[in-house]
Design a binder for this molecule. Sequence first.
Ligand SMILES: [Zn+2]
Length: 83
Amino acid sequence: MMTCKEVLESLSGYLDEDLKQDLVVEMKKHIGVCTECRAEFDTLTMTIKLYRHFETPEMPTDCHDRQVKVLELEKMRRSGKGA
Ligand SMILES: [Zn+2]
């Protein structure tokens, strides 16, 4: 079973469709039993979908915090994996 930290680190890769299938399976298993990660997953997938759909530079205030979170995850992923 993945830890919450591993799930969160995998999320941005998943959203980039850049995550190995077996990791996706593990992640979804964790999300199935962990409400915290499921909430995070739902928020991020929704934000990404909205963001990709509208692609407007100005986000409604409500979305801004989530957007920041996505960017933080992105940063974490890049620094964690190296190149
Ligand atoms: Zn979790």
